[in-house]
Design a protein. Structure first.
Length: 640
């Protein structure tokens, strides 16, 4: 009887603790969401009043804590450590993002930092059990595969009949996938017929191509192709006729890339549930359709980048299953196509090459350290990977130089673009802390960033400042500028961190419910003084049409399920989680495949501002990232 009472008493105590912790989490969430007043799309200051939203969140927190406080969960120490570390990142990001967004600064205010400690801990009460559940789910889907099972399931190259059947099946699967993806883009294509020109594409077509400036400020390969289709249309009777083909080309490239990924999953005998999940995520994401019909510079390159990532996955799978010779004919062919697709893709988004090369170096090191222990030809695989990534960089540089020489392009703003973040940091501390600087430091800064440039300082966008920075001085004294940047970092680290936060918070703030620019697929302007582009969208009453419930205008969401696809945070955190999960599982392939998408994010974090279109690579790779997370991999004994 006493044991029974003790058990009841323990259970009551447990549930009291759970309710109290859930309430503390509610207080933390209410504090953070209370900063945004009534501007939130879904929730405002009253989220933790007696509303369905608040009660639902509280109930979910209680449920997660109940599942978390089980003995079998706490036996897995590595999982608990991973959950706590990742939950801390999410919790602190929630705090920091809200602070800089609504209170402008954080790290230079000790009282805010001190107040942020309990708030961060309070947020972790939800995120720790939530991440634990995600890890448990991924572990369940991944399962465990023995070396013997891996060998039995892989394709035997000597079994020609089986191999040919699988090749034919994957080809048919890919063609069907291509048709479905392409058809899904047609409605929005008709909406913006013949093309949606906005942002940099307007100036690229107008100034660089039509007016003959021919600079490298905007991606040359993009505005050249766009201009050629414009000229083709003029010859056909109107530029819109040619631009229709440009739109169809982009639709075909994105559809082909996603279909290539689908065929790869089929050929590798990936579980049907994973294939269906990644297919639906890619198909139902309205952002992919939106980019397919825009004149945005990165679309074709992003499609090629997905193909190169699938090829990399194929190559690493070949390395893992090879018995005798790692450098097979099929592997060499895949490497050649990787070099071609990755290098050309980087021409459309120059920052992409840094992700490929830096990621490639780390991948080579990972395989050098670990894979050689259980591959009979480990050194050959490492050498092959190294050569592949080196050739990718060499090919990119050669293609870029050839393009510049062929079109006699003028290189402009190269260093102002590269040093956008350092320029912003030095401008910020010059404005806020000029009197605190050592003698001569401010005078040194203004040689790179004149005072008229600092007059255009805007905390969330570097375009105004960097546009007036001294390009020639930056070019001739790069080392001096970087030394000055580092000196400023040592003196005012808080300002540097807050500046980074302001330029990137839209990418990573978990509570961010809007993006900085609308993604409504509506025409925003045309080149002046040249043959006008005639637009004739089929859906004349767009604002009242069915597509208005899928897309949104001025940050107004209509279908919550679809609106999540427009939140940059989901792509950022899933990419980071895939990388961390690979480390947690100690699986080289997961780490390797998640590196490049994560490093691409790092490049846009150093960019001039937060724009949704900048992270198109991570958006298109969303299904691929889920595949990295969910696809099982055998664990050799040497790796355990």
């Amino acid at each position: 009887m006493s044991e029974f009472r003790l058990k009841i008493s323990n259970n009551v105590f447990k549930y009291v603790i759970i309710v109290v912790l859930a309430f503390v989490n509610a207080l933390s969430m209410n504090y953070l969401m209370g900063m945004n007043g009534d501007t939130g799309v879904y929730i405002g200051t009253q989220i933790y009043a007696f509303t369905p939203e608040s009660l639902g969140w509280f109930a979910i927190t209680v449920f997660l804590l109940h599942r978390f406080f089980k003995k079998e969960i706490w036996k897995e120490k590595n999982k608990i450590i991973f959950a706590i570390m990742f939950a801390f990142l999410l919790s602190f990001a929630s705090l920091w993002g809200q602070e800089i967004l609504y209170n402008v600064t954080f790290f230079d205010k000790p009282e805010r930092m001190l107040r942020g400690i309990p708030v961060t801990v309070g947020m972790m009460i939800f995120f720790v059990p939530f991440i634990s559940e995600v890890i448990t789910f991924c572990d369940h889907v991944n399962g465990t595969i023995s070396d013997k099972d891996f060998e039995n399931n892989r394709i035997n190259d000597n079994d020609k009949l089986e191999t040919n059947k699988l090749k034919i099946g994957s080809l048919v699967y890919g063609l069907i996938s291509f048709a479905i993806f392409f058809i899904s883009y047609i409605p929005v294509f008709l909406l913006v017929w013949p093309i949606n020109i906005f942002g940099d594409a307007i100036d690229a077509l107008k100034y660089d191509y039509l007016m003959g400036n021919h600079t490298t400020h905007h991606t040359p390969i993009h505005w050249l192709i766009l201009g050629w289709f414009y000229d083709l249309g003029v010859k056909m009777g109107g530029p819109e006729k040619g631009l229709q083909f440009f739109t169809i080309l982009q639709m075909a490239v994105l559809s082909g890339a996603l279909a290539f990924f689908s065929a790869f999953l089929y050929k590798r005998r990936v579980k049907k549930g994973i294939r269906i999940t990644t297919f639906l995520v890619s198909l139902l994401n309205p952002v992919n359709a939106y980019f397919a019909v825009t004149a945005e510079k990165g679309t074709i390159g992003i499609g090629l980048a997905l193909i190169s990532m699938v090829l990399l996955a194929e190559i690493l799978c070949d390395f893992r299953s090879a018995k005798e010779s790692i450098i097979s004919k099929s592997s060499v062919i895949k490497m050649i196509f990787f070099v071609l697709t990755a290098s050309i893709a980087s021409l459309f988004r120059n920052n992409m090459i840094y992700a490929f090369i830096c990621g490639g170096i780390i991948i080579v090191l990972l395989y050098l350290i670990r894979v050689r222990k259980y591959l009979k030809n480990g050194w050959k695989s490492v050498l092959a990977l190294l050569c592949m990534f080196i050739l990718t960089f060499v090919m990119y540089k050669g293609e870029y130089k050839a393009l510049v020489k062929w079109q006699d392009l003028k290189t402009t703003d190269q260093y102002r673009e590269t040093f956008a973040y350092p320029i912003m940091c030095l401008s910020r501390i010059s404005i806020l802390h000029k009197d605190e600087m050592p003698e001569g430091m401010y005078d040194r800064i203004v040689t790179f960033i004149p005072e008229e440039a600092m007059a255009n300082y805007t905390i969330s966008c570097a375009d105004g400042v960097k546009g007036y920075a001294n390009e020639n001085h930056l070019k001739n004294d790069k080392i001096g500028f970087l030394k000055l940047f580092i000196k400023g970092a040592l003196m005012f680290p808080g300002d540097y961190l807050d500046q980074l936060g302001w330029l990137t918070y839209g990418y990573w703030n978990p509570l961010n419910s809007f993006i900085l620019v609308t993604t409504t697929p509506v025409i925003r302007g045309q080149p002046d003084g040249f043959v006008e582009i005639a637009y004739s969208g089929i859906f004349d009453k767009y604002e009242n049409g069915i597509l208005n419930y899928i897309y949104f205008t001025d940050g107004k969401y209509n279908i919550p399920l679809f609106s999540w696809f427009y939140r940059p945070t989901i792509y950022t955190w899933v990419a980071l989680f895939a990388f961390c999960y690979g480390i947690y599982k100690r699986e080289i392939r997961k780490i390797s495949l998640s590196l490049i998408p994560l490093l691409y994010l790092a490049t846009i974090f150093l960019g001039p501002l937060c724009l949704f279109r900048y992270m198109h690579l991570n958006i298109l790779l969303f299904g691929f990232t889920l595949y990295i997370l969910l696809d099982p991999e055998s664990k050799p004994k040497e790796q355990v």
